[in-house]
Design a binder for this molecule. Structure first.
Ligand code: PEP
Ligand code: MN
Length: 362
């Protein structure tokens, strides 16, 4: 050991350098093992991520002080992220295996067909919903949507018809023979909605409202979980995990755009969420181009891009007389536009499905 500071520094650097070489060899081995584990998960149809195991893996880390422990944890999180990134790319390329969610007898989402969910932003009246519902069925939708408890930014805007709206939605859905979906905003309305409506929606503004997630999960209905407008994909996956640990694995995820600096659209549709969330969670991922776009002109191109990215379904706000919508009128499409979108979306979906059956996708 040298006394001279410069010489000592050189010695220490050399020692650190050789440790780094050892660590990098170990990391190579770790990445290879993780890659093999990812392959085993894919063959077994398991999702890429197991959030409970990830949390448990950090628990045995020791440090000689809280500061050291935090540093170790940060290092292991970074290792985990790097390895996950590699596995995610591989899995997304191979197209994730998705566990379909049964909505109603014979209606499944995520089973390889493209599911269309359509209907008005808000349930406004029986007559209006009835007219829209017919158009929705004609476009070949699998589910009728309609908001009853509306999360409005301004208290002076229409707040929805509440429980009366739920009754109207149920009636109209029965008339056209389709299941329905509606958003729940308050845990106290969950039971009422669940008795009448097949799918409970958790809106973007509620994605991290854990008491609501728990209540919705326990209502015995599939849950459509929308991405928080400021939520990372990690946070979406964890919100879904709240539903799962509350006993409900019937989960549909939904990308609906996030806040960015872009202001030409209402939100920015994050297409990358489609392959990544599918790979991570094995859950069906739907895309709502309507709230992302904010303008009906952009709904179709975003919808088609979502299908090309592998979305399991689309959620499109539709109104028999779009400009007369009581909420989100600017983004609502009319019956003809909906039919056109549905037709072209299915053509893209079917073309990709045929390629993948022939093993021709990258
Ligand atoms: C909705 O789908 O009615 C809605 C309010 O959407 P989001 O929660 O994505 O804003
Ligand atoms: Mn809306």
């Amino acid at each position: 050991m040298s006394d001279r500071p410069e010489a000592r520094l050189a010695e220490l650097r050399a020692a650190i350098g050789s440790l780094d070489v050892e660590i990098s060899a170990l990391l190579e081995r770790r990445l290879a093992l993780a890659g093999e584990a990812a392959g085993a998960k894919a063959r077994g149809g398991a999702p890429l991520r197991d959030l409970r195991r990830e949390a448990e893996a950090l628990a045995p880390l020791r440090g000689s002080s809280p500061g050291r422990r935090a540093a170790l944890e940060a290092v292991f999180r970074a290792i985990g992220t790097a390895s996950l990134q590699q596995q995610t790319l591989d899995r997304a390329r191979a197209r994730a295996r998705i566990s379909p969610v049964e909505i109603a007898p014979g209606v499944r989402i995520g089973g390889g067909d493209l599911a269309l969910i359509a209907g008005p932003c808000s349930v406004e009246s029986r007559a209006s919903l009835r007219a829209t519902a017919r158009a929705v069925r004609e476009a070949g939708a699998a589910v009728l949507r309609g908001g009853c408890f509306k999360p409005r930014t301004s208290p002076y805007d229409f707040q929805g018809l509440g429980r009366d709206g739920v009754e109207i939605l149920r009636e109209c859905a029965r008339e056209i023979g389709l299941p329905a979906v509606t958003e729940v905003l308050d845990p106290r309305d969950v039971g009422f909605a669940a008795e009448r409506i097949e799918i409970l929606q958790i809106g973007s503004r509620s994605m991290q409202n854990t008491p609501l997630l728990r209540e919705a999960a326990q209502a015995g209905r599939p849950v459509l979980l929308k991405r928080g407008m400021g939520a990372t994909l990690e946070e979406v996956a964890k919100a879904a995990e709240h539903l799962r640990t509350a006993g409900n694995g019937r989960i549909l995820l939904c990308e609906r755009g996030i806040r960015t600096f872009g202001d030409a659209t209402r939100f920015t549709l994050d297409i990358s969420s489609v392959p990544i969330l599918r790979a991570w969670t094995g859950l069906p991922v739907l895309v709502d181009p309507s709230h992302a776009a904010g303008y009906r002109e952009w709904v179709e191109p975003l919808a088609l891009a979502a299908v090309a990215a592998g979305a399991d379904g689309l959620l499109i706000e539709t109104h028999h007389d779009p400009d007369a919508s009581w909420s989100d009128a600017r983004q609502a499409v009319g019956p003809e536009t909906l039919s056109g979108i549905a037709r072209r979306a299915r053509r893209i979906h079917d073309a990709l499905k045929a390629e993948s059956a022939e093993g021709r996708l990258p």
